[in-house]
Ligand binder design. Structure first.
Ligand SMILES: *Cc1c(COP(=O)(O)O)cnc(C)c1O
Length: 234
């Protein structure tokens, strides 16, 4: 599907309206919710148009693809987030490109990111990705191990944990996803209560095109939306 600037503007207006409405329905301030445009497979010129239409955060899934786009869009006023699965051997590139990495799910990866961030004198902001459905095929750390991982990461000086991220299973009825979102939020609250030094638990990255309104009602602060902005991916 080809996205013209006019269409992009319209879809963004629509999404922002829905975010506002969902926030209002549960008494939240819209300003506490940020839209991450999930731009995987979307070519740089289209991404540029989305930025011109008001997108301020891009979420990319693949290091190589993101690196190419980054070079083409380096003059654009936009923040880059990594939302895909990250292999430890790509940590070096990830810390150079991204302001926030949503998908840290092992100590091994965290240690690599810490090491690479240290080399460039950066404190890398990260989220811990939770495998909230417990399916063995999914990325993310199991709920029961999240506290220990967070605690271990708190000792790494060049990482700063900002919260949790999750990708629940897909259901056509977004109400079916609500218990998963709610479980992520409870886990966040639980970890937050422990007041681990050097750990911030204010961000909840959850909600995509099909379920972002429910995610907002359950406390999402970062919604990652692709299809509703750019149209169906090839
Ligand atoms: C692609 C992707 C999204 C966006 O999905 P849509 O259904 O197109 O909105 C969100 N999060 C992650 C991790 C993704 O890979």
């Amino acid at each position: 599907m080809k996205m013209e600037p006019e269409n992009l503007k319209k879809s963004l207006e629509k999404i922002n309206g829905l975010i506002k409405k969902a926030a209002a329905s549960c008494g939240r301030d819209t300003d506490t919710i940020r839209l991450v445009a999930a731009s995987k497979t979307i070519p740089a010129p289209t991404v540029r148009k989305a930025i011109e239409a008001g997108i301020t955060i891009l979420g990319e899934n693949y290091i190589q693809e993101a690196g190419k786009k980054f070079d083409m869009l380096s003059s654009c006023p936009v923040s880059w987030h990594f939302i895909g699965h990250l292999q430890s051997n790509k940590a070096k590139y990830a810390v150079r490109l991204f302001d926030l990495i949503h998908s840290v799910d092992s100590l091994k990866l965290a240690m690599q990111l810490n090491k690479q961030a240290q080399k460039i004198n950066k404190v890398q902001q990260i989220l811990i990705q939770i495998n909230i459905s417990g399916e063995s095929t999914k990325s993310g750390i199991y709920k029961d191990n999240a506290f220990e991982l967070t605690k271990n990461i708190s000792g790494l000086e060049n990482l700063s944990v900002k919260g949790l991220m999750a990708m629940p299973p897909y259901f056509s009825d977004p109400e079916k996803v609500r218990p998963y979102f709610s479980a992520v939020r409870s886990l966040r609250d639980l970890i937050k209560k422990e007041n681990i030094q050097n750990i911030d638990m204010n961000e909840l990255s959850m909600g995509m095109t099909g379920d972002f309104e429910v995610a907002i009602e359950e406390g999402a602060t970062l919604v990652r939306i692709g299809t509703a902005i750019f149209g169906k991916r090839d």
